[in-house]
Design a binder for this molecule. Structure first.
Ligand SMILES: [Zn+2]
Length: 517
């Protein structure tokens, strides 16, 4: 299976840049043709010489026919595109069409210009056929280098229909190692969120040990598993990058979502705005043609490339005689211009009654046996078996899973910034995609997965990071704290100014993105 994959990747390397590769040969071909036409001018003029010439031509002609029988028949097109005119390159051509996954590094290291066009990162050398170096014999570029111990042995892009065990089987990662990965992943549950398009990288040593495993969700988010004394250690890499502001003005014509999409608002933000205002605003009946929505958003950019991650800063609905607004405050919540919260407050505990705390949040917790850092990213409640678990806030059920370590669990997304997770449940009463409201029963306490006793492991995440649900600044109140009110109002003013300036500039046909604080 590994072999098959290498073959595919090799094919990808071969076909990803063929235009440049074949151009030099095409040129060589036309050069040969013009040389032949020059030969015609040297035809003999005396009869004797013409006879000799005729004999020679017949011999040459026979020889030509004979030689044609020796080679496979080719169409004219094929012959033109084949780099066969230059025999010194023949061996390289054979190497290209061969399916042997042996990569010859030496041939590359001798062609310095290729290496110099790739910066430091050894992984970047894979994308070598993108290098604009026509001077280097192009066939050699196909031999993508796989140098050094720093590159993963396997890189695979998740396809639709892939399963975790299918993937590990395919790359000959044993059951035990897979289980150890899942064990380490308990802290993040990243493996459960793999999506088609995500990239995984595997480092496998000579005796088939998976020494490192990396998931690249996108440029801003990677999870790295490293082989430790027993099992794996997991690390999450979150790259903040730059957040660039952009303003969009939506003019309502027909439905909100249609108008918003037309104005360039992604469906994710579209949905977020809808969820944010749906209690205040009847999207079907209250919106009329000519009403406007002004949005100030941020787009994440890493090394000058947009990642696709976006964040809403300000939203202003403006009808004929009404206005609804939302502004992002430092606590990650949205409030209107008066400082009133848009979302309802969260429950501190996902239970109707107080339950006994059995283990607190501790990102630096040491494993009692292995002594390696094994973060406890949640709060454990030793509630009796079957106790109802309640949604901590309004939201949408993002995941419903059954995990060998985490057991039956539920993930709820609350707006764009918050997420809660409930592990080891005995039963789940909600389904994926379902909208839930604060205090709604989502299931019951149990001991599924690998646990020592019945309990609920409850996690609270802000912007993708687990925080201590008992200590973090979670919106528990319905308005901005009075001591933060001035600061919040100043922020609202900054948002408004920025939005106005950007929209004015855009109407003048200039500038799209601007950096924000
Ligand atoms: Zn726990």
């Amino acid at each position: 299976m590994l072999f098959n994959w290498l073959k595919t990747r090799r094919e990808r390397a071969i076909f990803s840049g063929p235009k440049r590769r074949f151009r030099p040969q095409a040129r060589r071909h036309s050069y040969g043709a013009s040389r032949r036409s020059k030969l015609l001018c040297l035809l003999p003029t005396t009869p004797a010489a013409q006879k000799t010439m005729l004999c020679l031509l017949v011999l040459v002609g026979l020889g030509y026919l004979f030689s044609q029988q020796q080679t496979a028949p080719l169409s004219n097109n094929q012959r033109q595109s084949l780099p066969a005119l230059d025999f010194s390159k023949r061996s390289d051509v054979t190497a290209v069409s061969s399916s042997t996954p042996v990569l010859v590094n030496n041939s590359i290291s001798s062609t310095a210009p290729v290496a110099s066009s790739v910066t430091g990162n050894p992984l970047a050398e894979r994308t070598i056929d993108a290098a604009p170096t026509p001077a280097v014999t192009t066939d050699e570029q196909v031999q993508a280098p796989e140098p050094s111990i720093f590159s993963p042995q396997v890189e695979y892009q998740i396809q639709k229909g892939d399963t975790l065990s299918g993937i590990f089987d395919r790359f000959a990662v044993g059951q035990q190692q897979m289980y150890q990965l899942l064990e380490a992943d308990y802290a993040l549950l990243a493996l459960d969120t793999l999506m088609p398009g995500n990239l995984i990288k595997l480092w496998i040593d000579a005796d088939s040990t998976l020494t490192k495993f990396e998931i690249e969700f996108d440029r801003s988010h990677q999870v790295v598993f490293t082989r430790a004394a027993e099992g794996y250690e997991v690390n999450e890499v979150i790259v903040e990058g730059d957040w660039l502001a952009k303003s969009i003005e939506v003019s309502i014509e027909g439905s909100f979502s249609g108008s918003a999409q037309k104005a360039g608002l992604s469906s994710a933000l579209n949905q977020q705005i809808y969820n944010m205002f749906k209690d205040k605003l009847d999207f079907r009946r209250a919106l009329r043609a000519g009403d406007t929505v002004r949005v100030l958003k941020q787009q994440q950019s890493i090394d000058g490339e947009l990642t696709g991650n976006e964040r809403l800063l300000a939203i202003e609905f403006e009808g004929r005689n009404w206005q609804h607004t939302a502004y992002l405050h430092d606590d990650g919540s949205y409030y209107d211009a008066e400082g009133q919260s848009l979302a309802r407050a969260f429950l501190r505990h996902p239970f109707a009654n107080d339950q006994r705390l059995s283990s607190r949040f501790n990102p630096r917790r040491l494993h009692p046996v292995t002594k390696r850092v094994s973060p406890h990213n949640g709060t454990d409640y030793a509630a009796p078996y079957g106790t109802a678990i309640l949604a901590a806030g309004d939201g949408v059920v993002k995941r419903v899973e059954n995990h060998p370590i985490a057991g039956k669990y539920v993930v709820i997304q609350h707006g764009g910034e918050y997420r809660t997770r409930y592990l080891h449940m005995s039963r789940i009463d909600v389904r994926r995609g379902q909208t839930v409201s604060r205090g709604q029963r989502i299931g019951a306490v149990g001991k599924t997965g690998r646990v020592t006793g019945t309990h609920l492991h409850y996690e609270f995440h802000i912007r993708g990071r687990a925080v201590d649900s008992l200590r973090a600044k979670i919106p528990m109140a319905t308005s901005v704290n009075s001591d933060e009110k001035q600061q919040f109002l100043a922020k609202v003013n900054r948002y408004r100014t920025q939005m106005n300036e950007m929209l004015a500039r855009q109407q003048g046909g200039t500038s799209e993105l601007a950096s924000t604080n």
